[in-house]
Design a binder for this molecule. Structure first.
Ligand code: GLN
Length: 453
């Protein structure tokens, strides 16, 4: 790749030919690429430069950077890569995706079908009309619309991350001694179908499996230490700490007889990694699960956690490795077959991308081929417990952008065939003509023929 040419980039942004780049102009350019102005990396680079390199600043006048200041700012790798259009999703595509998300949001705003979860007051009292969507790429490109910063308890969407933490701590072999990796065929809290004959939960996406995997995170420590570890990992993924929804926690604990029962059943068959001499161990195992379900996030932050999986375990803002690529891959696999409750099979058919839902009305979908995650928050649920607008958003996004991994198979060949057939009669065109015509007409043919699902 060519050396990064700061000078010509500077000139291209210096549209007034005044030997300066306006700060607003730079921010606009970064926004096009998906880097929002609140992005800590952007803020830090600009604040530092403007404060430390003595940019003359007149109150009421726009701030600007001369070439030297500009050089300092583009030392921040994400800014440099954004200006070279080298982020996970290219700027033009990111803009298109953002417009697509906005369109879907507008279309679904009036959809009031479904019902909020009823089993605890905090969920029962949730504002059912809330609706927010956020996307975040592995490079921290963000787009959000609606209530993307409204808080909600993460609920079952904690499960893939708990599984990731267990895998990091104990390795896949040990983890899968305690939890399976097959579809359960039952509801997430079904006491009969959650465990196999040996007392082993079917997979980490159902309650029993989440309780079992949580028991593998810092197993020697007391509950508060273990919870602190979970919180720290969430903070590292999102670049911001999660909150904690106390009322949800208290209500989950008050009503969580089934979950305590599952923990006891597993302990009875020595399928829970706890001290067998501690008679309260199953209760504690359930309790930390309630606490983790009660972590409070919003669509924007949860999308950053999803982007950590999309980025093979690397957190989007810090660039810090939180999970190994193997762990991220395993987590996405189980989300792919068991992330959407009892609708997982049909969802895999229609959407085909690893996703996880929680009863607060959130859906997190990872788009591996774009290294991006999408989170929808909308509390009204369908009969299996998935957010109605969440599922519909995923479905539409996948359709509108051809993101289903299996439903475009052969599309490229089809495109090539149509493109070749679409040019001037074969007799008159030489091989070179064919080739050029194919290259130039391919995209419009895709659109015209509508290779959507
Ligand atoms: N916390 C609830 C439970 O354990 C619901 C979790 C979920 O989102 N399904 O039953």
């Amino acid at each position: 790749m060519a050396e990064f040419d700061v000078d010509s980039l500077f000139r291209s942004l210096d549209t007034d030919r005044a030997n300066v780049v306006w700060k607003w102009k730079l921010l606009e350019e970064l926004k096009q690429a998906g880097l929002r102005s609140g992005d800590p990396r952007v803020d830090q680079a600009l604040t530092w430069t403007l404060a430390n390199t003595g940019t003359p600043f007149e109150p009421g006048q726009p701030e600007w950077l001369d070439l030297d200041h500009f050089r300092t700012v583009v030392r921040e790798p994400v800014i440099r890569r954004a200006l070279q259009d080298q982020l996970a999703v290219p700027a033009s595509e990111f803009a298109e995706l953002s417009r697509g998300v906005e369109r879907i949001y507008a279309d679904l705003l009036d959809d009031r079908s479904g019902e909020v979860a009823q089993y605890i007051p905090t969920l029962r009292d949730a504002d059912p009309d809330r609706f927010g969507i956020a996307i975040c790429t592995a490079d921290g490109q963000v787009f959000q619309v609606g209530d993307a910063e409204a808080g909600f308890s993460v609920q079952s969407t904690s499960k893939p991350f708990t599984y990731a933490m267990a895998l990091e701590q104990s390795g896949p072999e040990e983890v899968h001694r305690w939890v399976g990796q097959e579809q359960s065929g039952g509801t997430f809290n079904d006491p009969r179908l959650s465990l196999d004959a040996a007392g082993k939960p079917q997979n980490p996406m159902i309650n029993a499996g989440a309780i079992a995997t949580l028991a593998l995170v810092e197993p020697g420590q007391d509950v508060s230490e273990r919870f602190a570890k979970v919180e720290r990992i969430w903070t590292r993924m999102m670049g911001e700490a999660p909150g904690f929804d106390h009322r949800t926690f208290l209500a989950e604990r008050d009503t969580g007889h089934g979950n305590r029962g599952l923990a006891s059943l597993m302990a009875a068959q020595e399928m829970l990694n706890v001290d067998p001499a501690d008679r309260d161990a199953p209760q504690k195992a359930a309790e930390i699960y309630f606490a983790v379900c009660s972590l409070e996030v919003d669509a924007r932050r949860l999308a950053a956690a999803g982007a950590t999986l999309a980025g093979g375990g690397v957190a989007p803002y810090s660039g810090e490795r939180v999970f190994s690529p193997e762990t991220a891959g395993r987590v996405l696999s189980v989300m792919g077959h068991s992330g959407m409750y009892n609708d997982s099979g049909a969802f895999a058919d229609q959407v085909g991308l690893p996703s996880k839902s929680g009863v607060s009305g959130n859906v997190m979908m990872v788009v591996p081929q774009k290294r991006m995650a999408v989170v929808v928050f909308s509390p009204r649920l369908d009969e299996v417990g998935n957010s109605v607008r969440g599922v519909e958003t995923c479905r539409r996004l996948v359709n509108d952008f051809g993101l289903h991994p299996y439903k475009r198979l052969g599309a490229d060949r089809e495109t090539a065939r149509l493109a070749l057939g679409g040019v001037a009669p074969a007799r008159n065109a030489g091989p070179a003509g064919h080739h050029n015509a194919a290259a130039s007409t391919a995209p419009s043919v895709v659109k015209a023929e509508g290779l959507q699902l």
